[in-house]
Design a binder for this molecule. Structure first.
Ligand code: NAD
Length: 371
């Protein structure tokens, strides 16, 4: 198994290392060897030193791996001349067609509930964010904005039949998988079809794909109403499928509902490869202080194991993913995971060690028996 590894900037480095250590422990537990890593230098720090945002052959090497794992990229103090930040990962999404951005949002016991309503303990949903088109089609990394003159710039919101049909198919399949695992299996199309022709097309394609999934209940919400409902009644939602920019914003909101960005895992999946990363950034305000919550990265590693299990036809990888997810579940159940992000007493290393101890409990140290 070959993993392309981009640790990136700031806390990205720490949480990536934590996640891979946990992944290796889970692999060992199910009798598998550690993967072969191809570490690729990229990010704002690399750009500052070298004037380019990724190693010259980095994109090809990432493509050659079975999957890509990324920490976080970007530092606000390091920018291109036009004021935008260093974002090679946006090019990777584009180049590898990573259209399906899977962002689970789940409330854990003993983690902070930001909402007073006790039903917030039942939040368990997935935001499926299209990740190659929409408004991010003209993200600065792609150089597609239309700079009309000194007084005007236009960006394009692009919706294509090809990508959107695949996205909706992925969303319905995901809802079905969740239903088979005892979850509601309901799918909501989140758009702004009342105002934008592009998003009316997004909904039209949703309705076309829906014909193939008569067993999946569906709903519709405009994105502004969805923001309201994510605060008002997030426990009523199961899978949400949406445009790139809407998904970007809603997934931060939803991450906040269940604690913070340190819980926000993410998988970005295309036809031939997948990129796995926590949804948060490099958190310059806490970098280098052992304060980052590594759980988003650790849960992203579990998503990667699940993906690789299906891609490579290796069910043991799915068992390893289950070990990681169970360690997080049981850690919160026992109130043994108390990340500093939530005002707790555990930094990056302490949280990682707690998860490791639940995957491979170390035999208790024996005291010598004296005669
Ligand atoms: N995919 C990515 O790599 C990605 C995503 C978002 C932002 N960024 C970049 O990261 C940099 C910082 O961006 P930002 O501050 O807007 O977003 P951020 O996600 O880095 O941080 C937002 C807030 O959440 C906190 N936070 C984030 N992750 C945390 C964790 N694991 N544990 C504890 N607290 C955590 C931070 O301390 C900060 O207060 C910018 O350069 C931005 O461009 C990169």
């Amino acid at each position: 198994m070959r993993i392309a590894l981009i640790k990136g900037d700031g806390i990205g480095v720490d949480v990536a290392e934590a996640a891979l250590t946990v992944m290796e422990a889970a692999l060992e537990k199910v009798g598998l060897a550690r993967p072969v890593y191809d570490e690729i230098q990229a990010g704002a720090g690399y750009f500052k030193e070298n004037g380019v945002d990724i190693e010259p052959d980095g994109e090809e090497r990432a493509e050659a791996a079975d999957a890509i794992f990324l920490g976080a990229i970007g530092l606000p103090a390091i920018r291109h001349q036009d004021g935008t930040e260093i974002s090679p990962h946006l090019r990777l999404r584009d180049r590898f067609g990573l259209y399906a951005g899977v962002r689970p949002v789940k409330a854990y016991p003993n983690a902070p509930q930001r909402l007073a309503d006790p039903r917030a303990a039942n939040i368990d949903l997935i935001i499926l964010r299209e990740s190659t088109e929409g408004l991010f089609y003209s993200a600065a990394a792609h150089d597609r904005s239309l700079v009309v003159n000194d007084d005007e710039v236009q960006d394009i919101l692009r919706i294509t039949r090809k990508t959107t049909t695949k996205l909706h198919g992925f969303a319905f399949d995901l809802a079905r998988k969740r239903r088979d695992r005892g979850k509601p299996g309901k799918l909501t199309c989140v758009d702004k079809a009342n105002v934008f022709t592009s998003l009316a097309f997004f909904r039209q394609l949703f309705d076309e794909v829906k014909q193939n999934y008569p067993d999946i209940p569906v709903g519709y919400n405009y994105v502004d109403a969805q923001a309201l409902d994510l605060v008002r009644k997030p426990w009523e939602f199961d899978v949400l499928v949406t445009e790139n920019m809407f998904g970007d914003i809603l997934s931060d909101l939803a991450g906040g509902l269940v604690g913070g960005m340190g819980m926000a895992a993410c998988a970005e999946i295309g036809d031939t490869t997948g990129l796995f990363q926590p949804a948060h950034g490099s958190a310059p305000d806490i970098m280098g202080q052992d304060k980052a919550n590594p759980l988003a990265a650790i849960l992203s590693a579990a998503l990667m194991l699940d993906y690789l299990s299906e891609k490579l036809g290796r069910p043991e990888l799915s068992s390893a993913a289950e070990l990681v997810n169970s360690a997080v579940d049981s850690g919160f159940d026992d109130n043994a995971l108390r990340p500093m992000e939530f005002g707790g007493d555990m930094g990056t290393r302490a949280v990682t060690n707690q998860i490791l101890s639940r995957i491979s409990p170390v035999a208790p140290v024996r005291t010598s028996i004296r005669a």
